[in-house]
Design a protein around this ligand. Structure first.
Ligand SMILES: Nc1ncnc2c1ncn2[C@@H]1O[C@H](COP(=O)(O)OP(=O)(O)O)[C@@H](O)[C@H]1O
Ligand SMILES: [Mg+2]
Length: 346
């Protein structure tokens, strides 16, 4: 571990270190590299070593990752805070991530691995909170990718299928009632900013179709390639991080968004059938392994029908988020047009 960023001097760091020791039972914590700063500098995600944790792995230091959100600084933001939809969404997203690690993450076994949760707590004076989790790099998942091959894509779809199977029918208590970071209800400004037209007019209808699906699970909500950690030793498996937008939803939202995050327009069109085929195969196996009573053909039929809706829903967000220069590419445009025609006919 590199201790270059080790700096116990500032009061904030002391409070953080004290909090971490208190909630994990460590005798001391050595803060390491900052992986990245979070949300306009209101927090950090940082490596650390917990010392003196006899019970966990002898007396060796335990390598962890700390996600620390400093709300006091966000509150002081001059842009206004209580009225700012995006601030409120962010705060809630971090609270939800904490809840996910505390209450749900343990159910994620090897086939949809997530970092092992160690502890989380509020920091005194409502200053924010901290999540302490195992460092996946020390479990072999030290690869991060921006370009993926077929095996990588399958590994991520395998993770998604197993995650969706694990939480099929879950009520998502304490998580987003509708998962994903682009969910319509949480994006009123982007809806306003959208160019007038059929997609804008149908935004609610598309959202409703997805929300009213009979088969619902938990969706990761931001399942892009950057949030998967790869392992050279186990290339068929990945682990996932970043659960700020986890909530109830149709699994197709994760699948469509994941595909959009790593395949070109042309490749997404060409591989659509084979990738969906692989995903549903894995979903069926995973559900069978859980002795699910679900009639799988009904689930597959419903979710396949909703795959284009999931794309259209994400395209709706993009069109409002970046209205000036974002263009529907031909694959997502075709899919979205087909959905709009479907809605017109119904
Ligand atoms: N438990 C962990 N073990 C190893 N790396 C992690 C862990 N948690 C996060 N990371 C790394 O830090 C990056 C940022 O974390 P993430 O939770 O995605 O923050 P953000 O919300 O800012 O995207 C991840 O993409 C991943 O590479
Ligand atoms: Mg991330």
């Amino acid at each position: 571990m590199d201790y270059r960023n080790f700096s116990m001097q500032t009061p904030l760091v002391n409070t953080l270190s004290e909090t971490i020791c208190r909630i994990t039972g460590a005798e001391a914590v050595v803060l390491g590299d900052v992986i990245q700063s979070l949300w306009s500098g209101y927090g950090v995600i940082q490596r650390a070593a917990l010392c003196g944790m006899q019970s966990q792995c002898g007396d060796a230091d335990v390598p962890v990752v700390i996600k620390h959100i400093d709300i006091s600084r966000a509150r002081a933001n001059p842009r206004g805070w209580a009225s700012d939809v995006s601030h409120q969404r962010k705060v809630r997203s971090y609270q939800i991530e904490k809840t996910f690690y505390e209450k749900f993450s343990e159910q994620c076994k090897q086939r949809c691995q997530v970092p092992k949760f160690l502890a989380a707590d509020e920091i005194e004076d409502e200053a924010g909170w901290v999540i302490v989790m195992a460092d996946l790099n020390f479990q072999g998942f030290d690869g991060r990718k921006s370009h993926v091959d077929q095996q990588d894509i399958h590994a991520c779809l395998f993770w998604l299928a197993n995650f969706h199977a694990t939480f099929m029918g879950n009520a998502a208590t304490g998580l987003w009632p509708a998962g994903t970071y682009w969910h319509l209800e949480t994006r009123p400004d982007e809806l306003d900013a959208m160019p007038e037209g059929r997609l804008k007019n149908s935004a609610e209808m598309i959202d409703r179709r997805l929300n009213e699906a009979m088969y619902q699970s938990l969706v990761h909500g931001d399942a892009k390639v950057a949030n998967f950690c790869f392992s050279e030793g186990e290339p068929d498996r990945v682990a996932a991080v970043d659960f700020q937008y986890v909530g109830r939803g149709c699994g197709m939202k994760d699948v469509a968004y994941f595909i959009s995050s790593c395949l070109s327009d042309e490749a997404a069109a060409r591989q659509q059938e084979s990738l969906l085929g692989f995903y549903f195969e894995q979903l069926q196996v995973a559900l069978a392994g859980r002795n699910s009573a679900i009639h799988f053909p009904d689930l597959e039929c419903e979710w396949r029908e909703l795959y284009p809706y999931a794309w259209a829903d994400f395209c709706r967000f993009l069109a409002g988020w970046s209205p000036g220069h974002w263009k529907l590419n031909s694959y997502s445009e075709q899919i979205t047009q087909a959905v709009l025609e479907n809605i017109d006919r119904s």
